[in-house]
Write a protein of this length. Structure first.
Length: 52
């Protein structure tokens, strides 16, 4: 999904999406969205939420 498509879907500006994607890539030290997705698939505990 492109930044433009995500922006339309989430009612945000493409620039906001660009910043958010950049932040996620930085946190995962990843070069691409695919790299983040593959890491999350291999380490599902990274998606766990604390419900306390």
């Amino acid at each position: 999904m492109s930044n433009k498509e995500a922006a339309q879907l989430l009612s945000r500006s493409p620039r906001t999406i660009e910043h958010q994607v950049s932040a996620v890539l930085s946190k995962f030290s990843a070069a691409s969205r695919m790299e983040v997705l593959l890491r999350l698939r291999g380490e599902p505990w990274l998606l766990a939420t604390d419900s306390t």
